[in-house]
Ligand binder design. Structure first.
Ligand SMILES: [Zn+2]
Length: 65
């Protein structure tokens, strides 16, 4: 069975022979699924932006990270 990753370095779908998995989202069963990986990640990032828990710009947490 084929496996597909979405490469964050090259902004494209790659097969098994590609960049390190640390730089990629996946694996996914299909190329289409892999190409949607970034959309899903973007949606999640947007949700975080709207989530007040993540908007702590005005109240810095000194011990963060
Ligand atoms: Zn790549």
């Amino acid at each position: 069975m084929s496996e597909f990753w979405y490469c964050l370095n090259h902004k494209k779908v790659e097969g098994r022979d590609g960049c390190r998995n640390q730089d990629r989202l996946g694996p996914y069963d299909s190329e289409a699924e892999a190409s949607r990986a970034l959309e899903k990640a973007a949606e999640r990032t947007e949700a975080w932006d709207r989530d007040p828990d993540w908007n702590d710009d005005e109240v810095p947490k000194p011990d963060e990270d």
